[in-house]
Write a protein that binds this ligand. Structure first.
Ligand code: ZN
Length: 226
């Protein structure tokens, strides 16, 4: 997908894809303009392989499933998307004209609160598995989520490669906004026609009603998150 590109500008909605983009851009030496928005706030920056920190320098491990809000659980305000998208275009123009300052700015905005904060994107001392050690765990599918179809049940099972306890109660609170939720200490069930999600405390999730793996991954990213 990125072959022949001069810059990658993303508007993706989940961390698994962002880490995959990070691997691909570092591997191929491509600048990446990152933008993420949820609720009324967002962040954006530019990653340039070999010159700046990469995403994995900042966040060594992907946030655990169920720990981050998503646009489908807390919503997203259109103007916040517009502001971050506009800032991404400015950064893409700077990349294409060779005018990105190093270290680049990392910009946080909250359009509701009127907040605008800029820090510089610094690379830490710790060795980064991706840009220092050349390990592309997401491209090689050693990280991220495993998806298998459960035969004849119209159901896909999504298993995070890193098992971490999932805050079921917190997630249930957010999902009550989008459908019928049943929750106990072992699992959470969300009924939201035509889908039914069963999320276990270790992050394993069954997505019923998705017609293929891509749709199941999308539903997981939107409602469980990460
Ligand atoms: Zn890095």
């Amino acid at each position: 997908l990125i072959e022949g590109a001069n810059v990658v500008v993303d508007g993706t909605d989940n961390f698994e894809t962002r880490y995959l983009i990070n691997d691909a851009c570092v591997k191929h030496g491509l600048p990446w303009v990152y933008g993420g928005v949820v609720s009324t706030y967002g962040a954006t920056t530019t990653f340039i392989p070999g010159r700046t920190a990469c995403l994995r320098c900042l966040l060594a491990t992907m946030p655990a499933p169920g720990t981050v809000p998503t646009c489908d659980t807390v919503g997203v305000l259109g103007p916040a998307v517009n502001v971050v998208a506009s800032l991404e275009i400015v950064q893409a123009i700077k990349v294409l004209t060779g005018q990105v300052p190093v270290p680049p700015p990392l910009i946080f905005i909250d359009v509701w609160e009127g907040l605008w904060e800029v820090v510089t994107l610094q690379k830490g001392e710790a060795s980064c598995p991706t840009c220092d050690e050349g390990r592309f765990d997401f491209l090689r599918a050693r990280e991220g989520h495993r998806v298998v179809e459960l035969c004849g049940r119209d159901t896909f099972q999504i298993t995070p490669r890193r098992r971490t306890p999932l805050p079921l109660e917190q997630l249930a609170g957010r999902l009550r906004e989008v459908g019928r939720v049943f929750q106990n200490e072992y699992l959470l069930r969300l009924e939201m026609a035509p889908y039914e999600l069963t999320v276990f405390a270790d992050g394993r999730t069954l997505v019923k009603g998705a017609k293929d793996e891509a749709e199941a991954r999308g539903i997981y990213a939107r409602y469980v998150g990460s």
